[in-house]
Design a protein around this ligand. Structure first.
Ligand SMILES: *Cc1c(COP(=O)(O)O)cnc(C)c1O
Length: 433
């Protein structure tokens, strides 16, 4: 399969090139040249398949030409060595719990897949690959842990100083080995800009092989569609009517939801999506007005969604051939203040006995307010509530138990490199490492 750039000003590339480069030479994002569909018989039988079996079938359809079959199977099975259960919350609303992986957030799926795929491609090469990743919290931990100890790969995690929770921070600043955490005096958008500038800098690229593990990378972004198929399969197993399925996705950079949209284009019968935003409402506004107006991000209690210029918006536009009307047909939006997020968390804990994290709360509320009669709703519970322990405890008035996996991170010693938000200093640092 070839991959093209959403900016259309550069030649198509192979999967390997798309994964190694991350961003296209014209600054566009890579998209698969064709979107293959899965056969009807796959969907007829899907209720009998496991997460790994489903994911492998989807992966084979997308990547089968580019990765040896046995290796692809190993990559998929190894990536998904944890559960992604669908849990009933209330009425026809279900939570797809994506927090059972090593760092307790959905980004484990894409990050683990990408680390293994890059390792596979890198076997044919000599020398180090340098992964640069900007994080607003969960990406850093998922990527750092996904790549920890992968040979031939060094990872630099850039994060905004003081803007991620202590627990999140411990997950990527304590690892050592091939992982370096860079504490940037600025916002998440500054971190993202530093990474993008590094990819565009000729001198740097001559000196070192750079790649991105942000959701702009196809190897992180596309595997996220696996669990939408698995959610559908679990509804089928429960005997749910799946003819009017709505999926609400707490969204920041829009990688997660865009993967789901491509899953739909591959034949997965999801009727429609809801993009649930916090106060960073750029996409919501776009749906209302047809105008895309990026803004500096606003800090909220759902901090992994504090994005003022969602990088995957270009992919949404591309997928729908820039038709605002077509986008609005498949996706609706909503935006919630911190007060509304907190209210949803408190009420859902009290009334349904279900503990939401601040991100999942946006998704759950989106279903509660946005589902029409006859629809069945799934929201993506993107992180474990314990990752935001203080916030969640203050809101629900109860204790949040920390899973053993998280406790282990918190015992480690923090090691970071401090950096200003200007590119000159960052470049100088990279030239020397
Ligand atoms: C990254 C993240 C999001 C946003 O996902 P996007 O793919 O960037 O839209 C939502 N919730 C949590 C917990 C996250 O870590």
């Amino acid at each position: 399969m070839e991959y093209y750039s959403t900016n259309g000003k550069t030649a198509n590339v192979t999967l390997k090139e798309a994964v190694v480069k991350g961003l296209a030479a014209d600054r566009g994002l890579f998209m698969p040249k064709t979107i293959p569909t899965l056969p009807d018989v796959f969907f007829k039988n899907i209720g009998n398949l496991s997460l790994q079996e489903i994911s492998y079938a989807v992966a084979y359809t997308l990547f089968g030409e580019d990765i040896e079959t046995e290796q692809l199977k190993d990559i998929v099975y190894d990536t998904l060595n944890f559960d992604i259960p669908l849990v009933h919350v209330a009425d026809d609303r279900y939570s797809l719990e994506l927090f059972h992986g090593p760092t307790l957030a959905f980004k484990d799926v894409g990050a683990r897949f990408m680390a293994r795929l890059l390792g596979y491609f890198n076997k044919q090469e000599k020398g180090l690959v340098n992964v640069l990743v900007a994080t607003s919290g969960d990406t850093g931990s998922a990527v750092a842990n996904g790549f920890l100890g992968v040979e031939g790969v060094r990872v630099f995690v850039l994060y905004p100083q003081g803007k991620v929770s202590k627990i999140q921070e411990s997950q990527f600043t304590t690892l050592g080995k091939n992982i370096t955490a860079i504490e940037v005096n600025g916002t998440f958008d500054d971190c993202q800009a530093l990474v993008k500038s590094a990819f565009m800098d000729e001198e740097l690229n001559e000196k070192m092989r750079l790649t991105s593990a942000n959701s702009i990378n196809v190897a992180r972004f596309l595997p996220q569609m696996f669990y939408y198929f698995h959610a559908y399969a679990q509804l089928v197993q429960r005997g749910q009517d799946v003819s009017n399925l709505v999926v609400a996705v707490p969204s920041g950079n829009f990688g997660n939801i865009t993967a789901g949209l491509i899953g739909k284009a591959m034949g997965l019968p999801i009727k429609r999506f809801i993009a649930a935003n916090n106060a960073n409402d750029i996409f919501y506004k776009y749906l209302q007005t047809g105008k895309y107006e990026p803004k500096p991000s606003i800090t909220t209690i759902a901090n992994a969604m504090d994005v003022g210029d969602p990088s995957n918006f270009a992919r949404v536009l591309d997928l729908y051939k820039h038709s605002h009307e077509a986008i609005c047909k498949d996706i609706s939006g909503c935006t919630y203040t911190d007060e509304q997020i907190a209210e949803t968390m408190a009420e859902t804990y009290k009334n349904e006995g279900y503990m939401l994290d601040p991100h999942g709360a946006c998704g759950y509320r989106a279903l509660k307010e946005g589902m029409k009669p006859g629809e069945v709703g799934v929201f993506i519970e993107t992180a474990h509530p314990a990752k935001f322990k203080d916030t969640v405890e203050a809101i629900i008035g109860d204790e949040v138990k920390i899973p053993a996996k998280l406790k282990a991170f918190m015992k480690g010693k923090k090691q970071t490199v401090k950096m200003s938000n200007g590119f000159t200093a960052f470049k100088k640092y990279l030239m020397k490492v």
